[in-house]
Design a protein around this ligand. Sequence first.
Ligand code: FES
Ligand code: FES
Length: 158
Amino acid sequence: MTFHVNGETRQVAASPTHTLLEVLREELDLTGTKHGCELGHCGACTVLVDGEPVLSCLTLAVEAQGAAITTVEGLASDNTLHPLQQAFAERGAAQCGYCTPGFLVSGAALLARETSPTREDIKAALAGNLCRCTGYTKIIEAVELAAERMREEARTGE
Ligand code: FES
Ligand code: FES
């Protein structure tokens, strides 16, 4: 199978019954995406497929061939963290960190389509991601901070 992951084309030999989560972690060594419930409940396995958040535990890898896949490893560019990654670090939005890759990709998808998300927009975008540690407030604040910085960046062209 051929995949377009984080801007690279990668070929792997994998069973047609393997999920995208299995192929990403076990064949492509992209272990940032987490195994959680594998039932579609927790969001730890979220990746972007053509910019849309997808649960990789419920997606067959064959279905994602030809699409642009982005995992948490693909959010940073040129050794610079995505503004949301930076905001998570500054706001203390990750504790054990197991849920964090899923929140980051879901949040990044929101910020790519909505420059001024309301708190309700953020809650809706992250509704499929569960966190047992943070109580969610710092995660929401981190998304708000990243949105503010991205708007400022767009305004000043920096
Ligand atoms: S591991 Fe996919 S939703 Fe929990
Ligand atoms: S930081 Fe531990 S589950 Fe979210």
